[in-house]
Write a protein that binds this ligand. Structure first.
Ligand code: NAP
Length: 316
């Protein structure tokens, strides 16, 4: 280890893409002395041990968190409450519980009430991911230069927030704090609704019996190919995102549908000026993302080299 560890023992509950990336980044940065873990299936637990993600893997979540200073809930949002209920009796006084769920209000309501008063709770969400899942999909650089949003509650202490911030920064992330409802609305715009649109577009092509048609695959440019990549994301995780961020997604989807009708009308009426003005504005947004360092200007035809690890960011 190169630096003094931030935590003595970190427990990862759920050992998929996010947890395995955290385990690798924590080890690489020497950010914890020991990593324990638990996942639902014996198969995932065996894989985690085999590839050395954790020092120790437990059959129950409660046993995995015993004695841990930081507990990271890395399960789908819909599983957070059951896990919180299961681990609560074994949490060490002074420990901190955090999570990486893509929705924050629902997780706060599901987890917060189960935690003892002497345990801090700092909800979090790394804006980094890929369409892959499972313990073998992680890579240590997933969080490099990506944002991690913390949404503190009355159960968050300044010390717990500061240490968690240091952990995420140690894994290469940039950290910001945000109010939970605002987080859910922002994510509905930048991630959740776009995912739904990608699912829909691939579904439309499927209904037209074109997805398996070799012409569509052969000639698809990055647009459709990116849709199919996004639409390959984990079904359980995304089901839970839409069920738990319902209001914000429906709000944004409503606005999206209205804009779509306006564009549809412009096309029907041959209103080229409207289309040109609209596309000029959206192009400026893309430039802003590049200037903010959240993507590169390099042309991307949906064929990012495998050595980059994630094959293109796909944050939830
Ligand atoms: P993943 O690769 O599908 O892994 C999920 C893990 O949770 C699996 O190890 C699974 O165990 C485990 N699990 C599920 N239910 C459980 C339960 N009741 N008890 C214990 N373990 C359980 O998922 P992921 O992509 O890492 O996502 C994890 C969390 O991160 C989700 O809340 C998601 O919203 C959030 N997130 C995801 C992304 C992304 O792009 N993927 C980005 C940011 C945040 P088994 O393998 O045994 O089934």
């Amino acid at each position: 280890m190169t630096k003094a560890p931030i935590y003595d023992r970190v427990a990862l509950i759920g050992l998929g893409l996010i947890a395995s990336s955290m385990a690798l980044a924590i080890r690489q940065g020497g950010l914890a002395r020991e990593i324990t873990g638990h996942a639902k299936s014996a198969e995932t637990r065996a894989t985690a041990l085999e590839i050395g993600l954790c020092d120790r893997v437990f059959d129950s979540a409660a046993d995995a968190v015993e004695g841990a200073d930081l507990i990271v809930l890395c399960v789908p949002v819909g599983a957070m409450e059951d896990v919180a209920r299961a681990i609560a009796p074994k949490l060490k006084a002074g420990a901190c519980v955090t999570d990486v769920g893509s929705v924050k209000r629902a997780v706060i309501e599901a987890v917060g009430p189960h935690l003892p008063a002497d345990v801090a709770f700092v909800p979090g969400h790394p804006l980094a991911g890929t369409e892959h899942s499972g313990p073998r999909s992680g890579f240590a650089t997933l969080f490099q230069n990506r944002w991690c949003l913390l949404t503190p509650t009355a159960q968050s202490t300044p010390d717990a927030i500061a240490r968690l911030r240091a952990l995420w920064e140690g894994m290469g992330a940039k950290v910001d704090e945000m109010e939970a409802d605002h987080h859910d609305l922002v994510l509905a715009v930048v991630s959740h609704t776009p995912h739904l649109i990608a699912y829909t577009m691939v579904g439309v092509a499927d209904h037209l019996r074109r997805v398996s048609n070799s012409e569509v695959i052969q000639y698809s440019a990055s647009g459709f190919r990116d849709f199919t990549r996004i639409a390959a994301s984990d079904p359980t995780m995304w089901r839970d995102v839409f069920l738990t961020n319902k209001d914000a997604v429906l709000d944004i989807l409503g606005r999206f549908t209205e804009e779509l009708f306006v564009l549809q009308r412009a096309i029907r009426m041959g209103d080229g000026a409207h289309l040109h003005e609209y596309f000029t504005r959206t192009r400026a947004i893309r430039r802003g993302i590049i200037e903010a360092g959240q993507d590169t200007a390099a042309p991307d035809f949906g064929r990012v080299a495998p050595t980059s690890g994630g094959g293109g960011g796909n944050p939830a």
